[in-house]
Design a protein around this ligand. Structure first.
Ligand SMILES: O=C(O)COP(=O)(O)O
Length: 220
């Protein structure tokens, strides 16, 4: 469990030399996908005759699972119809709105070259794998756990715990890098040390803002 409270922003950070599993959140960490996700919500809501996402629930919808987001936006109605629309959504319609985070491709390559196992724990749907493949990041990961693969999405720790189990790792063998309260809570609930990316409001062992400034020491 991370224990240093709300850390100040640090420009440089070094991956713990004994962290052999590094778990990444996807949206907001690997990819800048805010515009695409809000756009998908609004397309599907419009198809079903609902108003666009109100600004005050956009962040909650962005960090939560699609199912929970649609339930919130549609006040519980028609969630299955919205999920059906999502399953058949043509993601190429929003691919121009998805951008790889600066420096992440290089950091992932350095982490993999050091012998560490890399994982994604996302509240996105299983289609997240195709999105990561399209932006050429999927190749770095040993495992991707989406909201479709677990009974409960983040902040429930089941996704993070399944990643630890896949590598027969203890929480202290791992590091979770995320940008949201759901990521922080999922890491806390799994007992995994947590680094916050671009979110000074989170409590984390480290705060990072630039992946190029993350050092990767040899794995001990
Ligand atoms: O930042 C978040 O928690 C949302 O990202 P995710 O959809 O990849 O889980």
């Amino acid at each position: 469990m991370h224990g240093t409270g709300c850390a100040a922003r640090a420009r440089h950070a070094t991956i713990p030399d004994d962290a052999r599993v590094v778990v990444f959140d996807c949206d907001g960490v690997l990819i800048d996908s805010w515009d695409s996700i809000i756009s998908i919500y609004n397309c599907i809501l419009a198809d079903l005759g609902f108003a666009p996402l109100k600004q005050e629930i956009q962040r909650t919808c962005f960090i939560g699972s699609w199912r929970d987001g649609f339930a919130l936006a549609m006040d519980g109605a028609n969630v299955e119809r919205a999920m059906e629309r999502l399953r058949s959504f043509d993601y190429s319609r929003v691919s121009g709105l998805i951008h790889v985070m600066p420096g992440i491709d290089d950091l992932l390559a350095r982490l993999a070259a050091s012998g560490r196992k890399l994982a994604v724990n996302t509240n996105g749907a299983s289609e997240q794998r195709q999105i990561l493949a399209r932006v050429d990041l999927l190749k770095h990961f040993d495992i991707v756990v989406t909201a479709d693969d677990v009974t409960h999405p983040k902040p429930n720790p089941s996704g993070a715990l399944s990643i630890l189990a896949a590598f027969e790792a203890e929480p202290d063998d791992a590091l979770f890098i995320g940008d949201s309260s759901n990521d922080q809570k999922a890491a806390d609930n799994a007992g995994i040390p947590f680094w916050a990316y671009n979110n000074p409001r989170l409590c984390a062992d480290e705060h990072i803002t630039d992946f190029a400034l993350v050092e990767v020491p040899p794995l001990v």
